[in-house]
Design a protein around this ligand. Structure first.
Ligand code: G3H
Length: 478
């Protein structure tokens, strides 16, 4: 078919020989918005082979030239922020303004990565042997950072552009080639983003983008012997990928159940603003969203009054109108969220708003008096539904946070910095924010999850370092 977006391989836009396509359903209209190629395993093999060859030449390309091309791609991406944002609106129902922000942030991330890369990778280490017992000064070790090879990048639907470039840019500056497998929802935004790299003039086969069904090419890609590194952001799939992958470096970010602990002395206006923004922006479909509020009983009524007043002001509707709450990504996601809400209802949670759903659009809902026997106390809704547990002590809050199988981020609201530091130390999460909602950015900050939330650390600097190996040459003097 002619209206199926082509995939990108060997510097060209191609139709799959499979003749099949994958439909992308607009979450708002629930009708097919776009179609992409359903690539075959043979096509993946071809891409892998070409990416391997292209990487060898790229690794020899001077670092400053790699950086120059990345800066160029960043500028082109920013120039195309509006058409790409329009795709995000249609594919993943991200509010219009946030969609533009995602593209601009991605351009900035690429440029920062180019700058950081030339600094980090322009330095190596030099060691001499006589500091270790028994050695004379007869060995000089020169250690530098060399690329891994082909990096497989798999971003999720909620930031198809930004979480793709957060993998692509560090990989490229470090001298690797890229095979990108976009999420189905978000694939067309990814293809447009890849086109910006194409326009920037990167060598052919260095960046490749294969679209298709997970059932056909998912495992085939992640278990492919040509892959030298996997950078994945998403859900549970990451756990099975990590079990099946070969002996290669893995970078995984698999969601969270970020707790927001509110103490008696907290600035409740600040806490309420962060709970609403942190919990409900992009309808709660962020791995770093506040996913459980743990508030000390003595201030719970006052906090909930402020939170509910803010929730009442949220606009609910289509992403084109830049509403705060937009349809969740798919019908199955909406059904899952509804399942959590109904479970909480049966078990006696207090509904602060009326539960309302039309298609994939779910109205924002705070559930108060949630207890540990409710699924929503532990599971990630990935929707505009936020549970609140009233706690008798801070320890109770910390215990709940640490009993989770996730450990991405968490936050604590208090005016007492000493208490905040002690709580931060006690929370078993990759990051703790003091007096602000969890967030990945600024994008050069380290970003990591403990337990089922992930493997390794991201953020620009850490991603570059993760996508290289140390190689040393030892000069032996007579
Ligand atoms: O969904 C996962 C993202 O890494 C969260 O990024 O904190 O910028 O929304 P964010």
């Amino acid at each position: 078919e002619n209206n199926v977006y082509k995939y990108y391989s060997e510097g060209e836009w191609r139709k799959s020989v499979s003749g099949k396509s994958v439909a992308i359903v607009n979450p708002t209209t629930r009708k097919t918005q776009y179609k992409v190629q359903a690539c075959s395993q043979a096509e993946v093999n071809k891409v892998m082979e070409a990416a391997k060859i292209a990487q060898k030449a790229w690794a020899k390309t001077p670092l400053w030239k790699r950086a120059e091309l990345l800066h160029k791609a960043a500028a082109i991406l920013k120039e195309h922020k509006h058409p790409i944002a329009e795709c995000l609106v249609k594919e993943i129902a991200k509010p219009a303004k946030d969609s533009v922000t995602e593209v601009v942030r991605s351009g900035d991330l690429i440029s920062y990565c180019a700058e950081e890369g030339v600094r980090i990778l322009g330095q190596g280490t030099f060691l001499v042997s006589d500091s270790f017992p028994g050695n004379e000064r007869t060995k000089y070790c020169l250690a530098s950072k060399v690329p891994l090879g082909v990096v497989l990048a798999i971003p999720p639907f909620n930031y198809p552009v930004n979480l793709a470039v957060s993998k692509i840019a560090p990989a490229l500056i470090a001298g690797n080639s890229i095979v990108l497998k976009p999420p189905t929802q978000g694939a067309v935004s990814c293809l447009h983003m890849v086109h910006c790299f194409h326009l920037a003039g990167f060598p052919k086969s260095l960046i490749n983008c294969v679209t298709g069904k997970g059932s056909e090419i998912g495992d085939f890609l992640t278990m492919h012997p040509g892959v030298n590194c996997i950078s994945f952001t998403g859900g549970d799939t990451g756990i099975s990928i990590s079990k099946k992958a070969g002996m290669i470096p893995l970078q995984m970010e698999l969601g969270g159940k970020d707790a927001c602990i509110v103490l008696e002395d907290a600035d409740l206006d600040l806490a309420a603003a962060n709970i609403v923004k942190g919990g409900l922006s992009y309808s709660g479909q962020r791995c770093t969203a506040v996913k459980i509020v743990l508030v000390v009983e003595s201030v719970a009524d006052a906090l909930m009054e402020k939170v509910n007043a803010k929730v009442a002001k949220l606009t609910v509707g289509p992403p084109e109108e830049d509403c705060d709450i937009t349809p969740v990504v798919s019908e199955s996601s909406a059904n899952f969220i509804e399942g959590l809400v109904m479970d909480a209802k049966e078990k006696g949670a207090t509904f602060c708003q009326t539960y309302k759903r039309e298609g994939n659009l779910i109205w924002p809902l705070l559930l108060d008096n949630v207890r540990a026997d409710m699924r929503i106390a532990w599971e990630e809704p990935f929707g505009p539904v936020l549970p609140v547990i009233r706690i008798g002590s801070v320890e109770e809050g910390i215990n709940h946070c640490n009993a989770s199988n996730f450990g991405l981020q968490g936050c604590v609201f208090t005016k007492d910095i000493n208490k905040a530091m002690i709580i931060s130390d006690a929370m078993e999460t990759g990051t703790v924010q003091i007096n602000s909602a969890p967030a990945r950015g600024p994008d050069h900050f380290p970003f990591q999850g403990l337990k089922d939330s992930g493997i390794g650390s991201q953020g620009i600097t850490n991603s570059i370092n993760m996508m290289v190996k140390v190689k040393s040459t030892v000069i032996n003097l007579p």
